[in-house]
Design a protein around this ligand. Sequence first.
Ligand code: ATP
Length: 282
Amino acid sequence: MTTANERYLQVQHVNKVFTRDNVSNQVLADVNLTVKRGEYISIIGHSGCGKSTLLNIVAGLSTATDGYVILDGKEVNEPGPDRSLVFQNHSLLPWLTVYENVALAVNKVCKHKNKKERHEWILHNLNLVGMSHAIERRPGEISGGMKQRVGIARALAMEPKLLLLDEPFGALDALTRAHLQDEVMRIQAELNNTVLMITHDVDEAVLLSDKIVMMTNGPKATIGEILEIDLPRPRSRIELANDPQYNHYRGEVLRFLYEKQQKVKPIASVKTAESKAAVAAG
Ligand SMILES: Nc1ncnc2c1ncn2[C@@H]1O[C@H](COP(=O)(O)OP(=O)(O)OP(=O)(O)O)[C@@H](O)[C@H]1O
């Protein structure tokens, strides 16, 4: 028997079919995943396979055609404050300051805290992501990396059961991305959040995760393999660069993506190749 913490998040037999103009497209087929409390899970797979569709179902923003999602014993049917989302493109309100953007979420969710406690909680979370020096600035006055930090502070301030990250570092330059990944690892060590993160970056997945969920190509995408990353924490990107185990994990993900799940050629180019062959054959 598994404990409630061992099956904190359960994705059970999830299918998703999109139908438009009487044409059905089955994006996900029988997706099953169990996540332990406090685990950091990355989802990786080729573009268009259905990663965001899966994350949206877990977030409650979209419903599964079949199957269900259970978080901490409760079925997920709609968005809720127990799941907070961070997208690639920060979603801060431009007319509010950094402080006010976080306050908006805190005032909505932390009704049990009084005014002073909320104020301290907002500052605490902005401090956690290194943004307490810019609380009066508006999103237009800070860099992309800083905006992403505020988005993370806002998500953390809601004390979600599950943190959902959809390519959170995707729009950042390499150095800012590395810096923010390190910050997220430090925060994760402190708070032990349960995290589901979509990424396209193999190194990011290996560095941050306890498990990497590798999805097959769509349509009818499902989980192909799950790789456990058994590297001690805290993890240092510099030390791991020459670590044989790290490179083994990296190789496993690359093999899955580029050998086992090679992206199929677009139909147009296949047709062109076929026509060329037909012409060559006379
Ligand atoms: N609302 C929708 N209506 C119809 N089809 C959709 C909808 N949302 C997604 N799809 C389709 O589902 C498939 C998977 O899309 P999804 O965005 O989940 O993939 P992804 O793996 O997250 O892609 P990427 O890595 O490029 O962000 C695509 O074929 C997409 O066109």
